[in-house]
Design a protein around this ligand. Structure first.
Ligand code: 5GP
Length: 114
């Protein structure tokens, strides 16, 4: 699998503002925030995108999504709510081929995220 910028971020080769890290995921601030809070959550077990999760064990898929919720709670977003976005492939607007969940919030969000 081709190395992406997120592989380098995971290996701490590129500095980012980490907001949460455990054995399963790394969460860091998006370099070009689209909302007051804009964090990317990536699993340490690599997949290119949501489609590729079809090959994962259901438990690992569930763990990733559970950790996205854990990060949202860690950021204090639960009470006011938040938006979660996973772009897949070129039509989906995916620009980095390493699966990542966008967590957006901290303010009321209008329209669609793109
Ligand atoms: P996508 O368009 O693939 O769904 O989202 C990729 C996201 O990664 C974009 O929101 C973009 O701003 C963010 N991004 C790309 N390169 C970097 C980087 O080097 N550091 C950080 N923190 N975010 C990045």
């Amino acid at each position: 699998m081709t190395e992406t910028i997120f592989d380098k971020i995971l290996a701490h080769q590129i500095p980012v503002q980490i907001v949460f890290e455990d054995a399963d995921v790394l969460a860091f601030k998006d370099i070009a925030p689209q909302a007051k809070v804009h964090v990317l959550v990536i699993p340490k077990k690599k997949a290119r995108n949501l489609s590729e999760l079809q090959t994962w064990a259901a438990q690992d898929v569930g763990l990733f999504f559970q950790k996205v919720a854990v990060v949202a709670a860690h950021l204090g977003l639960e009470k006011t709510g938040y938006r979660t976005v996973l772009n897949t492939g070129s039509d989906g607007g995916q620009s980095v081929d390493y699966i990542h969940a966008h967590l957006l919030g901290g303010e009321p969000l209008s329209g669609n995220f793109s």
